[in-house]
Design a protein around this ligand. Structure first.
Ligand code: MF3
Ligand code: CO
Ligand code: CO
Length: 248
């Protein structure tokens, strides 16, 4: 079942979303060679709580930290640790905040210093795919139009689309119906309606789309070790389009 949120519910998600946006802006200023991902986690946890929210991911299905910090070939769900960022790394910070029972979820991939041209382009194009997917959203369209718009960008640049991970509905739970694959498929038949709240999140890799789950049971990496990028926004479907809840 895909729920419809009231204006009041969307307001609460919008507050949580603004906190997440501000946190990703703060992360930008903290990300530099030598900082540990655990330090980023502590900063993020404090920030979220200082805004009267709770970190959505802490204890989610047993997840031990407040944010996900995925470096280079790590696609998603890397657990913050004593690992230090190195010059030339890329790192995806994925954050979630809950305000009065309502969640927002957003992610961005950052460059630690300067990265190679092909990695830089991967980041630019994965973000482009997020906005391409968003651009078609309005009441009356089929969900698959979002999926295929995202995929079209990956195809254009020949990136791998991670198939095991998808976008999702969001609200009183971090993950609600529907699943939103980043590729065209026959299951995304849902017709979008005003008041639906969705997390759209393309995840592309430079080469192979195949992934592994590491022994920590959380971290998902590309099998061939190629770098991957991830951009995510939580949005609400509006009367004539959509509103980003995890933006400015
Ligand atoms: N942020 C992830 C998503 O975009 C979910 C993370 S859940 C966690 O759907 F437990 F791994 F943190
Ligand atoms: Co996320
Ligand atoms: Co998400």
């Amino acid at each position: 079942m895909v729920g419809i949120k009231t204006e009041e519910e969307i307001e609460l998600m919008s507050y949580a979303g603004k906190v997440c946006y501000e946190l990703l802006e703060l992360m930008e200023t903290e990300i530099k060679p030598g900082i540990t991902t655990q330090k980023l986690n502590i900063i993020a946890d404090k920030f979220i709580r200082s805004k009267k929210c709770t970190p959505s991911f802490k204890n989610y299905e047993g997840y031990p930290k407040s944010i996900c910090t995925s470096i280079n070939e790590e696609v998603v769900h890397s657990i913050p640790s004593s690992r230090k960022l190195k010059y030339g790394d890329i790192i995806t910070i994925d954050v979630g905040a809950c305000y009065k029972g309502y969640h927002a979820d957003t992610a961005r991939t950052y460059r630690v210093g300067k990265v190679s041209k092909e990695v830089n382009d991967l980041l630019i194009h994965t973000e482009e795919a997020l906005y391409k997917g968003l651009s078609v959203i309005k009441p009356g369209i089929k969900l698959n139009e979002v999926c295929s718009s995202i995929e079209s960008v990956a195809k254009k640049y020949n990136y791998g689309v991670i198939r095991e991970l998808t976008g999702h509905g969001i609200g009183t739970e971090v993950h609600e119906d529907p699943y939103i694959p980043n590729y065209s498929n026959t299951e995304s038949e849902l017709i979008l309606k005003e008041g639906m709240t969705l997390a759209i999140e393309p995840m592309f890799s430079l080469r192979s789309k195949e992934v592994w789950l590491l022994e920590d049971d959380w971290t998902i990496v590309t099998r061939d070790g190629s770098p991957s990028a991830h951009y995510e926004h939580t949005i609400a479907v509006t009367k004539d389009g959509y509103k980003i809840l995890t933006g400015k």
